[in-house]
Write a protein that binds this ligand. Structure first.
Ligand SMILES: C[S@@+](CC[C@H](N)C(=O)[O-])C[C@H]1O[C@@H](n2cnc3c(N)ncnc32)[C@H](O)[C@@H]1O
Length: 257
Protein backbone atom coordinates (compact mmCIF):
# COMPACT_ATOMS: atom_id res chain seq x y z
CA UNK A 1 0.00 0.00 0.00
CA UNK A 2 1.21 3.51 -0.79
CA UNK A 3 1.00 6.31 1.74
CA UNK A 4 0.24 9.50 -0.15
CA UNK A 5 1.09 12.91 1.29
CA UNK A 6 -0.36 16.12 -0.13
CA UNK A 7 1.05 19.47 0.95
CA UNK A 8 -1.52 22.25 0.76
CA UNK A 9 0.93 25.09 0.23
CA UNK A 10 1.58 28.44 -1.41
CA UNK A 11 5.23 27.35 -1.82
CA UNK A 12 5.26 23.92 -3.51
CA UNK A 13 8.97 24.14 -4.36
CA UNK A 14 9.83 24.08 -0.68
CA UNK A 15 9.66 20.27 -0.67
CA UNK A 16 11.77 19.41 -3.73
CA UNK A 17 15.15 18.77 -2.04
CA UNK A 18 13.67 16.42 0.52
CA UNK A 19 11.94 14.38 -2.18
CA UNK A 20 15.28 13.65 -3.81
CA UNK A 21 17.23 12.57 -0.75
CA UNK A 22 17.57 9.55 1.55
CA UNK A 23 14.79 7.52 3.03
CA UNK A 24 12.00 9.64 1.58
CA UNK A 25 13.20 9.42 -2.02
CA UNK A 26 13.73 5.67 -1.69
CA UNK A 27 10.16 5.28 -0.43
CA UNK A 28 8.87 7.18 -3.45
CA UNK A 29 10.93 5.12 -5.90
CA UNK A 30 9.54 1.94 -4.35
CA UNK A 31 5.96 3.27 -4.55
CA UNK A 32 5.64 3.00 -0.78
CA UNK A 33 5.23 6.77 -0.56
CA UNK A 34 3.75 9.36 -2.89
CA UNK A 35 3.88 13.13 -2.68
CA UNK A 36 1.99 15.92 -4.41
CA UNK A 37 0.96 19.48 -3.69
CA UNK A 38 -2.08 21.69 -4.07
CA UNK A 39 -1.64 25.45 -4.23
CA UNK A 40 -4.59 27.56 -3.08
CA UNK A 41 -3.43 30.33 -5.42
CA UNK A 42 -4.53 28.17 -8.34
CA UNK A 43 -8.08 28.36 -6.95
CA UNK A 44 -8.28 32.14 -6.50
CA UNK A 45 -10.91 33.58 -8.79
CA UNK A 46 -9.96 37.26 -9.01
CA UNK A 47 -7.48 38.72 -11.48
CA UNK A 48 -4.74 39.18 -8.88
CA UNK A 49 -5.09 35.59 -7.65
CA UNK A 50 -5.61 36.86 -4.13
CA UNK A 51 -5.44 34.27 -1.34
CA UNK A 52 -5.51 36.42 1.80
CA UNK A 53 -7.48 39.16 3.49
CA UNK A 54 -7.15 41.55 6.43
CA UNK A 55 -8.18 40.17 9.82
CA UNK A 56 -11.75 41.05 10.74
CA UNK A 57 -11.68 43.17 13.91
CA UNK A 58 -8.25 44.58 13.05
CA UNK A 59 -4.75 43.41 13.83
CA UNK A 60 -1.54 42.64 11.98
CA UNK A 61 -0.90 40.04 9.32
CA UNK A 62 -3.10 38.60 6.63
CA UNK A 63 -5.45 35.64 6.98
CA UNK A 64 -5.86 32.98 4.28
CA UNK A 65 -9.28 33.21 2.61
CA UNK A 66 -11.63 30.37 3.60
CA UNK A 67 -13.51 30.08 0.30
CA UNK A 68 -10.35 29.89 -1.82
CA UNK A 69 -8.79 27.36 0.59
CA UNK A 70 -11.96 25.24 0.63
CA UNK A 71 -12.01 25.03 -3.18
CA UNK A 72 -8.36 24.00 -3.23
CA UNK A 73 -8.74 21.39 -0.52
CA UNK A 74 -11.94 19.94 -2.00
CA UNK A 75 -10.04 19.30 -5.23
CA UNK A 76 -7.74 16.75 -3.54
CA UNK A 77 -9.68 15.04 -0.74
CA UNK A 78 -11.63 11.79 -0.75
CA UNK A 79 -13.63 10.27 2.12
CA UNK A 80 -10.45 8.39 3.23
CA UNK A 81 -8.27 11.51 3.42
CA UNK A 82 -7.02 12.68 6.81
CA UNK A 83 -6.53 16.45 6.92
CA UNK A 84 -3.93 17.86 9.33
CA UNK A 85 -3.80 21.55 10.17
CA UNK A 86 -0.14 22.28 10.83
CA UNK A 87 -0.21 24.96 13.51
CA UNK A 88 1.59 26.21 16.63
CA UNK A 89 -1.82 26.01 18.32
CA UNK A 90 -2.09 22.22 17.89
CA UNK A 91 -1.19 19.25 20.07
CA UNK A 92 2.55 18.58 19.91
CA UNK A 93 3.16 15.87 17.30
CA UNK A 94 4.93 12.72 18.52
CA UNK A 95 6.01 9.23 17.49
CA UNK A 96 2.76 7.65 18.64
CA UNK A 97 0.80 9.87 16.25
CA UNK A 98 3.35 9.25 13.50
CA UNK A 99 2.97 5.49 13.78
CA UNK A 100 -0.82 5.57 14.19
CA UNK A 101 -1.34 7.74 11.13
CA UNK A 102 1.21 5.85 9.00
CA UNK A 103 -0.41 2.52 9.82
CA UNK A 104 -4.05 3.52 9.43
CA UNK A 105 -4.17 6.06 6.64
CA UNK A 106 -3.46 6.09 2.94
CA UNK A 107 -3.79 9.81 2.18
CA UNK A 108 -2.82 12.73 4.41
CA UNK A 109 -3.17 16.41 3.52
CA UNK A 110 -1.06 18.93 5.46
CA UNK A 111 -2.61 22.40 5.58
CA UNK A 112 0.50 24.60 5.66
CA UNK A 113 -0.36 28.08 6.84
CA UNK A 114 1.47 31.30 5.96
CA UNK A 115 1.14 34.91 7.18
CA UNK A 116 -1.27 34.95 10.17
CA UNK A 117 -2.65 31.50 9.26
CA UNK A 118 -6.04 30.17 8.11
CA UNK A 119 -9.52 31.49 8.75
CA UNK A 120 -10.78 29.50 11.75
CA UNK A 121 -14.01 28.50 9.95
CA UNK A 122 -12.01 26.76 7.23
CA UNK A 123 -9.95 24.65 9.65
CA UNK A 124 -12.90 23.93 11.92
CA UNK A 125 -14.93 22.58 9.03
CA UNK A 126 -12.16 20.69 7.21
CA UNK A 127 -9.30 19.55 9.49
CA UNK A 128 -9.33 16.25 11.42
CA UNK A 129 -6.24 17.08 13.52
CA UNK A 130 -4.25 20.15 14.50
CA UNK A 131 -0.56 19.44 15.21
CA UNK A 132 2.37 21.60 16.24
CA UNK A 133 6.06 20.60 16.13
CA UNK A 134 6.95 22.59 19.24
CA UNK A 135 6.56 25.78 21.19
CA UNK A 136 8.02 28.18 18.66
CA UNK A 137 6.62 30.00 15.65
CA UNK A 138 7.75 29.24 12.10
CA UNK A 139 7.02 31.58 9.22
CA UNK A 140 5.16 28.82 7.41
CA UNK A 141 3.78 25.33 7.94
CA UNK A 142 5.97 23.65 5.29
CA UNK A 143 8.97 22.78 7.54
CA UNK A 144 6.57 21.39 10.15
CA UNK A 145 4.73 19.30 7.54
CA UNK A 146 8.07 17.98 6.31
CA UNK A 147 9.02 16.87 9.84
CA UNK A 148 5.72 15.05 10.30
CA UNK A 149 5.92 13.37 6.87
CA UNK A 150 9.45 12.19 7.55
CA UNK A 151 8.48 10.77 10.94
CA UNK A 152 5.48 8.95 9.43
CA UNK A 153 7.44 7.63 6.44
CA UNK A 154 9.74 5.71 8.81
CA UNK A 155 6.75 3.65 9.96
CA UNK A 156 5.69 2.59 6.46
CA UNK A 157 6.85 -1.03 6.09
CA UNK A 158 9.79 -1.28 3.68
CA UNK A 159 10.78 2.40 3.79
CA UNK A 160 13.61 1.89 6.28
CA UNK A 161 16.42 -0.38 5.09
CA UNK A 162 16.59 -1.95 8.54
CA UNK A 163 13.24 -1.82 10.33
CA UNK A 164 14.86 -3.32 13.44
CA UNK A 165 17.02 -0.23 13.96
CA UNK A 166 13.90 1.93 14.34
CA UNK A 167 12.77 -0.21 17.26
CA UNK A 168 15.80 0.95 19.27
CA UNK A 169 15.20 4.62 18.51
CA UNK A 170 14.14 7.17 21.08
CA UNK A 171 10.47 7.11 22.17
CA UNK A 172 9.85 3.54 20.95
CA UNK A 173 9.71 2.31 24.54
CA UNK A 174 8.79 5.71 25.93
CA UNK A 175 12.44 6.58 26.76
CA UNK A 176 15.32 8.28 24.96
CA UNK A 177 17.87 6.11 23.19
CA UNK A 178 21.12 5.17 24.95
CA UNK A 179 24.26 7.02 23.72
CA UNK A 180 25.90 5.55 20.59
CA UNK A 181 29.61 5.03 19.91
CA UNK A 182 31.68 3.98 16.92
CA UNK A 183 35.40 3.76 16.09
CA UNK A 184 38.00 4.82 17.05
CA UNK A 185 37.75 3.36 20.54
CA UNK A 186 39.60 6.41 21.89
CA UNK A 187 38.64 9.94 20.76
CA UNK A 188 39.62 13.22 22.36
CA UNK A 189 41.02 11.35 25.36
CA UNK A 190 37.65 9.66 25.92
CA UNK A 191 37.30 5.90 25.68
CA UNK A 192 34.17 4.01 24.63
CA UNK A 193 32.50 2.49 27.75
CA UNK A 194 34.30 -0.77 28.50
CA UNK A 195 31.16 -2.90 28.70
CA UNK A 196 30.43 -2.23 25.00
CA UNK A 197 33.71 -3.95 24.14
CA UNK A 198 32.98 -7.00 26.29
CA UNK A 199 30.90 -8.93 23.74
CA UNK A 200 28.59 -9.83 26.64
CA UNK A 201 25.13 -9.20 25.18
CA UNK A 202 23.16 -9.33 28.42
CA UNK A 203 25.59 -6.92 30.12
CA UNK A 204 25.46 -4.56 27.14
CA UNK A 205 21.64 -4.62 27.14
CA UNK A 206 21.63 -3.89 30.90
CA UNK A 207 24.10 -1.02 30.47
CA UNK A 208 22.07 0.49 27.61
CA UNK A 209 18.83 0.30 29.59
CA UNK A 210 20.48 2.09 32.54
CA UNK A 211 21.83 4.76 30.19
CA UNK A 212 18.40 5.20 28.63
CA UNK A 213 16.92 5.79 32.05
CA UNK A 214 19.74 8.11 33.09
CA UNK A 215 19.47 10.20 29.95
CA UNK A 216 15.70 10.38 30.03
CA UNK A 217 15.61 11.25 33.74
CA UNK A 218 18.01 14.14 33.17
CA UNK A 219 16.84 15.46 29.80
CA UNK A 220 13.16 14.59 29.75
CA UNK A 221 11.73 14.07 33.23
CA UNK A 222 8.24 14.39 31.69
CA UNK A 223 8.81 11.10 29.81
CA UNK A 224 10.03 9.36 32.96
CA UNK A 225 6.90 10.47 34.83
CA UNK A 226 4.79 8.94 32.06
CA UNK A 227 6.75 5.66 32.19
CA UNK A 228 7.07 5.51 35.97
CA UNK A 229 4.81 2.49 36.54
CA UNK A 230 6.63 0.47 33.88
CA UNK A 231 10.05 0.95 35.57
CA UNK A 232 11.32 -1.68 37.99
CA UNK A 233 11.78 -0.60 41.62
CA UNK A 234 15.57 -0.59 41.06
CA UNK A 235 15.12 1.70 38.04
CA UNK A 236 12.86 4.02 40.00
CA UNK A 237 15.57 4.20 42.68
CA UNK A 238 18.16 5.02 40.00
CA UNK A 239 15.96 7.93 38.86
CA UNK A 240 15.32 9.15 42.40
CA UNK A 241 19.02 9.25 43.20
CA UNK A 242 19.83 11.01 39.89
CA UNK A 243 17.21 13.65 40.57
CA UNK A 244 18.48 14.07 44.12
CA UNK A 245 22.10 14.55 43.06
CA UNK A 246 21.31 16.37 39.79
CA UNK A 247 24.61 14.96 38.48
CA UNK A 248 25.75 13.20 35.32
CA UNK A 249 23.91 15.40 32.84
CA UNK A 250 24.11 14.36 29.19
CA UNK A 251 23.59 17.96 28.10
CA UNK A 252 25.80 19.39 25.34
CA UNK A 253 28.53 21.70 26.60
CA UNK A 254 27.32 25.08 27.65
CA UNK A 255 27.72 27.94 25.15
CA UNK A 256 28.49 30.42 27.92
CA UNK A 257 32.01 29.23 28.67
C1 LIG B 1 3.58 32.92 11.25
S1 LIG B 1 2.77 31.40 11.53
C2 LIG B 1 1.21 31.94 12.13
C3 LIG B 1 1.19 31.92 13.64
C4 LIG B 1 -0.19 32.19 14.21
N1 LIG B 1 -0.61 33.53 13.97
C5 LIG B 1 -0.15 31.94 15.71
O1 LIG B 1 0.32 32.80 16.45
O2 LIG B 1 -0.54 30.85 16.14
C6 LIG B 1 2.38 30.85 9.90
C7 LIG B 1 2.14 29.36 9.79
O3 LIG B 1 3.30 28.64 10.17
C8 LIG B 1 2.91 27.36 10.65
N2 LIG B 1 3.56 27.15 11.96
C9 LIG B 1 4.20 28.08 12.68
N3 LIG B 1 4.73 27.58 13.81
C10 LIG B 1 4.42 26.27 13.81
C11 LIG B 1 4.67 25.20 14.71
N4 LIG B 1 5.33 25.37 15.84
N5 LIG B 1 4.19 23.97 14.39
C12 LIG B 1 3.50 23.78 13.26
N6 LIG B 1 3.22 24.77 12.37
C13 LIG B 1 3.68 25.99 12.63
C14 LIG B 1 1.39 27.31 10.70
O4 LIG B 1 0.92 26.61 9.57
C15 LIG B 1 1.03 28.79 10.63
O5 LIG B 1 -0.23 29.00 10.05
Amino acid sequence: MTLRFTAFTLFPNFFSAHLQEGVFSRGIKQNLLAFDTVNPRDFAEDERRKVDGHPVGGGDGMVLLPDVCARALDSVVSPETVVIHVSPGGKVFNNIWARTLAENTNHIVFLCGRYAGFDERFVQSRAHHEFSIGDFVLSGGEPAALCMMDAMARFVPGVLGNAQSALADSFEDGLLEAPQYTHPIEFNGQIVPKVLLSGHHAEIARYRRQEQIRRTALQRPDLIHRQWDSLTRAEQKQVESLWKSGSGSQSPRSLSR
